[in-house]
Design a protein around this ligand. Structure first.
Ligand SMILES: Nc1nc2c(ncn2[C@@H]2O[C@H](COP(=O)(O)OP(=O)(O)O)[C@@H](O)[C@H]2O)c(=O)[nH]1
Ligand SMILES: [Mg+2]
Length: 453
């Protein structure tokens, strides 16, 4: 038995259509107290997944909206329980009144993600699919949406289960041979464990290799703009954003805080961080800004090192350059090409150097091609990208346990000891899809959902 919950599923902004959503035991009967079908029959007479016109009203019968109702009975519904939806006009006031009417009819407000949580608990979705629901809702690019849709269809589970099953088979075989010595079972061999673990490691590595692309597809590429004061960092951000996001002056130290702006560079979603120029300074605010710049450099996927090419390199340039070179990827941008150049690409220890002019926008087009090379779309966004940090963490632990098992095997440990590591790997793999997941992890996952989903 599950209690009755209801929510506005379409958000609280004015729109053409707004949906009230309900689920729980006896949901259709209870919702019938506030909805009258035009046919005059009770809501509970409605067939599954058929839209019917009627009136939404309060429990006293005062009309709120003329709209459509839809029901879907257990177990063939999203949550696996009896569910109903009212497709109303998208007036926040009318929807709120409809929700109040439902509360009076015995429903309570759904908590964030509670519909999907019930779907998970009722076995309609595994955890990777439940997480794909929120990823799909949050998707900011078509690639991110396509990948989430693939995961909603169970693509991650499809990759995890064969590994889990192979590990289960090995453990089962070992215990069978041990527990039933009189049966004529095929003998258990160490090479059997080894083969299974190597295949598992290969699969887990392939999955982990998709993490960076998964994250950049989902959340964008984090690009930190670094350089000395007055190099043209803020001008670069403004040029890429297409509007004056940041104040630009010829006074060194104008940008004292980090400023973020998301831009599109061809197929890439790029989260640019403009930083305070990295230099020694007495100014307290600017000093904090410099500390933030260093942090941004440490956390980025790619550093864009901007330098004024019309002057020789300064100490401040070199400091920013060192921070940039420490990033996973780095691109040098020789700015101010409208002025006579002092620096040439060969002067900088970067494998990628572009000559640009933020004032005119010249050369900025090359940046897209560089991003295409640095962040190739070599893996399809069909759900095979591991986009979720929780899942990636569990896969990493499964990998570590598999590797530990192989090492023990190499050191001549007995199979029963080795299989303890294999079981640990299975525990971690099970967490990905929710087979062995602990309740607090489940709670955290569902708390991230929006109400009504
Ligand atoms: N001539 C020239 N000046 C530029 C160019 N890019 C930026 N500047 C100027 O350089 C100064 C510092 O620019 P700003 O973007 O604030 O540099 P930041 O301190 O690195 O953020 C400003 O006066 C800009 O107008 C460029 O391509 N050519
Ligand atoms: Mg600036």
């Amino acid at each position: 038995m599950s209690d009755l919950i209801a929510a506005i599923a379409t958000g609280h902004a004015r729109s053409g259509i707004g949906i009230l959503r309900m689920t729980g035991s006896g949901c259709i009967q209870a919702a019938g107290a506030v909805f009258s079908l035009r046919s005059g029959k009770p809501l509970s007479s409605l067939s599954d997944r058929v839209l019917a016109l009627g009136t939404l009203h309060d429990v006293q019968g005062r009309p709120i909206d003329h709209c459509m109702a839809f029901v879907s009975r257990a177990p063939h519904s999203y949550t696996g329980e009896d569910t109903a939806e009212f497709q109303c006009h998208g007036s926040p006031a009318a929807l709120a009144a409809g929700l109040e009417a439902l509360f009076a009819a015995g429903f309570r407000a759904a908590r964030p993600g509670e519909f999907t949580r019930r779907a998970f608990l009722n076995g309609k979705l595994d955890l990777t699919q439940a997480e794909a629901v929120i990823d799909l809702i949050d998707a900011e690019t078509a690639d991110a949406a396509a990948n989430a849709a693939g995961q909603l269809a169970g693509s991650i589970r499809a990759r995890m289960e064969p590994i889990y099953d192979a590990y289960t088979d090995v453990c089962a075989h070992f215990h069978a041979v041990l527990d039933y010595p009189d049966e004529e079972l095929p003998p258990f061999t160490v090479s059997e464990i080894e083969r299974t673990l190597r295949a598992g490691l290969d699969d887990l590595d392939a999955l982990l290799a998709s993490c960076r692309r998964g994250r950049t597809v989902r959340s964008g590429i984090r690009a930190a703009i670094l350089g000395s004061p007055n190099a043209g960092k803020s001008s670069l951000l403004n040029a890429l954003a297409g509007f004056d996001r940041v104040i630009v002056t010829d006074i060194p130290g104008t940008t004292r805080d980090t400023v973020e702006q998301t831009v599109r560079l061809g197929r890439h979603l790029v989260r640019l961080t403009d930083t305070a120029g990295i230099r020694e300074t007495e100014d307290l605010i600017e000093r904090q800004g410099v500390a933030r710049s260093v942090a941004a450099a440490e956390q980025c996927d790619v550093a864009l090192f901007v330098v004024d090419a019309s002057r020789a390199l300064t100490e401040a340039d070199r400091r920013a350059m060192d921070a940039a070179l420490a990033a996973p990827e780095a691109v040098a941008l020789l700015n101010k090409q409208d002025l006579p150049a002092v620096l040439t690409p060969g002067d900088l220890p970067f494998s990628r150097v572009l000559q640009i002019c933020c004032k005119t926008g010249d050369g900025l087009g090359q940046l897209e091609a560089v991003f295409d090379t640095l962040f190739p779309d070599d893996l399809p966004c069909d759900g095979s990208l591991l986009t979720n940090e929780r899942q990636a963490d569990a896969v990493r632990r499964a990998r570590a346990a598999s590797e530990a098992a192989l090492t023990s095997l190499g050191q001549g440990m007995t199979p029963d000891a080795v299989l303890l590591d294999v079981e640990q790997a299975m525990q971690a793999l099970g967490e990905v899809t929710g087979r062995t997941v602990r309740e607090e992890i489940t709670d955290r996952i569902f708390a991230r959902f929006c109400v009504g989903k």
